[in-house]
Design a binder for this molecule. Structure first.
Ligand SMILES: [Zn+2]
Length: 282
């Protein structure tokens, strides 16, 4: 079932046991726009079936928030214009060369081009895929793009991110809603989970430029301003104390600066920023 955020904004909640991120639906008077196309043809089909139950204008656009497989592999199911930033375009184009039969999938996993989870999802939720080829996105933008769906403007913007270098956010000004994709998360490099520390403050600045009250995240669904501010505060206070690859020093400094121990979230973030230093030093 779709969650209704307002008369014109809906979302299909993330489902972590199936690696399914949050998908969005924005409806104008004339057209509808989709945010992320799902992790598989089945995810996309499930979403489309839910949309059919609503009496909304036809889906004209699909925006992909970034080039991680769980956000775009359902792309071919939509009879719509697929929009990405130029960096996402380059990365998705790599996937256009892929074959999706079992032997090819196993080879990609072996050579670290694909995660095991991705292969398993494809095997379960993409039947009849022996001749499957991923479509190409249709519209490529550089930094920002506005779309009017009929009395409903959506602003797409490529922003800095601690998660990827190709993050697009979607802001709906008249509803004060913003879809963040995965941009506010960390990422895993060489088996180490880290937040790109140099991107944290520029990212927060890029996001806070928009006057939003509701925040949709790729793997959390929805946060209000209060929850988002706590998240930023915990991330920045963790980042401030990490200046090297030493976890001990960072925790010590946190105690000095805050007169208390870090809470579980802050400790998690401190470790992730320490990992970022480790990766940078490699
Ligand atoms: Zn991602």
């Amino acid at each position: 079932m779709l969650n209704k955020l307002s008369d014109t904004i809906y979302y299909l909640a993330n489902q972590e046991d199936r690696e399914r991120p949050t998908l969005g639906l924005i409806c104008g008077d004339q057209y509808s726009l989709i945010i992320d196309s799902g992790n598989s043809t089945q995810h996309a089909k499930d979403f489309l079936q839910e949309i059919k139950k609503l009496n909304v204008p036809p889906v004209r656009y699909v925006v992909i928030t970034h080039a991680h497989w769980d956000h775009f592999l359902g792309m071919n199911e939509f009879d719509a214009t697929v929009i990405v930033n130029s960096q996402t375009y380059k990365m998705i184009n790599e996937w256009k060369r892929y074959s999706f039969d079992d032997i090819s999938l196993q080879q990609y996993v072996k050579s670290n081009q694909m995660s095991t989870m991705c292969m398993k999802t494809i095997q379960t939720d993409m039947p009849n895929r022996d001749s499957f080829k991923l479509n190409s996105p249709d519209v490529i933008f550089e930094n920002t793009l506005s779309i009017d769906l009929g009395n409903k403007v959506c602003i797409l913007e490529k922003i800095k991110s601690t998660h990827t270098d190709d993050s697009t956010i979607i802001y709906i000004p008249d509803e004060k809603v913003i879809f963040l994709g995965d941009c506010a998360y960390g990422t895993t490099t060489n088996s180490l989970f880290h937040y790109k520390q140099s991107m944290l403050l520029p990212m927060i600045k890029d996001i806070q430029k928009f006057d939003a009250e509701m925040f949709l995240l790729g793997h959390e669904s929805i946060c209000d301003s209060n929850e988002m501010n706590i998240y930023w505060e915990e991330l920045t206070s963790a980042s401030r104390v990490v200046k090297s690859t030493s976890l001990e020093k960072a925790i010590e400094l946190f105690k000095v600066e805050n007169n208390r121990d870090p809470n579980d979230n802050e400790l998690f973030f401190i470790k992730a920023f320490v990992n970022d230093h480790i990766i940078q030093s490699q």
